[in-house]
Design a protein around this ligand. Structure first.
Ligand SMILES: Cc1cc2nc3c(=O)[nH]c(=O)nc-3n(C[C@H](O)[C@H](O)[C@H](O)COP(=O)(O)OP(=O)(O)OC[C@H]3O[C@@H](n4cnc5c(N)ncnc54)[C@H](O)[C@@H]3O)c2cc1C
Length: 432
């Protein structure tokens, strides 16, 4: 048996796993094993939702075949290991696109369903699960369940956002949406306060499909940032953007540290503020800006980093985000990739889906051990008091009580778990 070291995106720990490549011809035989297993996509989850230390990882990336595309209806059938990037690059020139994608396109369709990922257009299109028409779910006992929102709907809602714990998603049918081409009309606006951010977010909901913002964690003007919004542009010339830079090795210490962070924040703010205004952007630059620097997660050095993403009720959003920023400032720690965005008022498609009406804040902290963990515990208190929740795709350490209070449908979800599947996250938060 060969053991392989596998990281998740936060690179906090590399765990030994036995990795088994999945292929249609080997299923369901490959799932029979005395040890528990877990599907692994691209490992773009930051924490431990995609890890199963000392157990089996089923490499679902190898289920990577496109099956059928209906150019009249926009229905795409493919295996769950197909990459979002491959779908976009194949479909955009045909005038179709995935309705919802996250901030990177280097993820699999299976990973997108299992975390019910959201994008910059949640207020318009909801989350990924809202556009899944059907999928086949293979259980480790060999049974296969064809799930649709209208058929086996309980299995559908348990698996969308179900962290891979209900079975292996093998084949998926997706509803794509039409687009005029790869270009966006985008606009960057500077804001000086959280109140201004919410005004821009609310005021953009009706007329802008994509909205997102970056907030400066270090500025003395608490709550200043850059608000980005975009709509599709009528121009069908197709150009695929190329990767520009790669971080070739992991530096011996974090390049994102207390000295560089204020500088990075200020530089990012001033450079983008100086270039604010309207422009035409390629969809890859607007939707997946970080994909231009491959393996940027190595910049955090050998100890990795924590991502902390919460969603907070809109009614107390200004005050709660202020409290979080103040707590970060008090701690002397900081974050660079600070994303603030509103979610629309929509019912989530999964029992364990993360998005809910309100505002979501995502922050990255270099791992400085106990100091960072103590800060995150203090942020938990603020989120708990505001009745918010944390995102499992980003999590490596949330306390159980915050998980239980954030996900009130947990007991219902547990009925659909596959007993042959387990993850580091499920053992940490659920107990098995
Ligand atoms: C730069 C960056 C930006 C991001 N931006 C966003 C964002 O804007 N919004 C957002 O929601 N997320 C975002 N994410 C998180 C990312 O979209 C999710 O973590 C996604 O689930 C990762 O997919 P993956 O294919 O890498 O799956 P993995 O991380 O490998 O696995 C994730 C989960 O999916 C399960 N899984 C994978 N394949 C299958 C399968 N075939 N069957 C059953 N279960 C399966 C795994 O068991 C695991 O529980 C971002 C991540 C990065 C690195």
């Amino acid at each position: 048996m060969v053991m392989t070291k596998v990281y998740s995106w936060g690179r906090l720990n590399a765990f030994e796993h036995e990795v088994i490549d999945l292929s249609t011809s080997l299923l369901p035989h490959a799932l029979k094993h005395p040890k528990s297993g877990l599907a692994y996509g691209m490992g773009r989850s930051y924490g431990d939702v995609c890890l199963n230390p000392d157990g089996i990882l089923w490499n679902a990336r190898t289920l990577n075949h496109f099956k059928h595309f209906d150019a009249q209806t926009g229905i795409l059938s493919c295996e769950a290991g197909v990459l979002i990037a491959d779908i976009q690059r194949l479909m955009v020139p045909k005038g179709w696109m995935l309705a919802v994608t996250p901030g990177t396109q280097s993820i699999t369709v299976g990973g997108a369903i299992a975390n019910d990922i959201h994008g910059k257009n949640h207020h318009r299109y909801g989350s990924f699960g809202d556009h899944v028409l059907a999928f086949d779910l293979l259980r480790t006992d060999g049974t296969s369940i064809h799930c649709r929102p209208q058929e086996q709907s309980d299995w559908f809602t348990a698996t969308v956002g179900g962290m891979g714990l209900t079975g292996i998603i093998t084949t998926v049918h997706l509803q794509l949406r039409t687009v005029p081409g790869p270009w966006f009309n985008s606009e960057t606006l500077v804001y000086q306060s959280l109140e201004e951010f919410f005004e821009l977010a609310d005021g953009s909901e009706d007329n802008w499909e994509y909205t997102v913002s970056w907030i400066d964690c270090f500025s003395k003007h608490k709550g200043r940032g850059l608000f980005m919004r975009a709509n599709h542009h009528q121009d069908d010339r197709f150009i695929s953007q190329k990767k520009k830079l790669k971080i070739p090795f992991t530096p011996p210490f974090s390049l994102i540290n207390r000295y560089s962070l204020p500088l990075f924040n200020a530089l990012y703010y001033y450079l983008n503020a100086a270039n604010s205004g309207k422009k035409i952007s390629h969809y890859e630059s607007f939707l997946y800006p970080l994909d231009h620097i491959s393996e940027w997660n190595r910049l955090y050095g050998p100890k990795g980093f924590f991502q902390y993403q919460c969603v907070l009720p809109r009614s107390t959003g200004v005050e709660t985000v202020k409290s979080i920023l103040n707590e970060i400032a008090r701690s002397g720690e900081g974050s660079f990739l600070n994303v603030l965005k509103t979610f629309g008022d929509r019912k989530a498609p999964g029992m364990m889906s993360f998005p809910q009406s309100g505002v979501t804040l995502a922050l990255d902290f270099p791992n400085k051990g106990i100091r960072t963990l103590q800060l995150l515990t203090r942020l938990d208190s603020i989120v708990r008091e505001a009745e918010g929740r944390l995102y499992m795709a980003k999590d490596a350490r949330m306390p159980k009580d915050l998980f239980y209070s954030g996900y009130p449908r947990l007991a219902e979800f547990l009925q659909y778990r596959d007993p042959g599947i387990s993850s580091a996250l499920s053992r940490r938060l659920i107990g098995d």
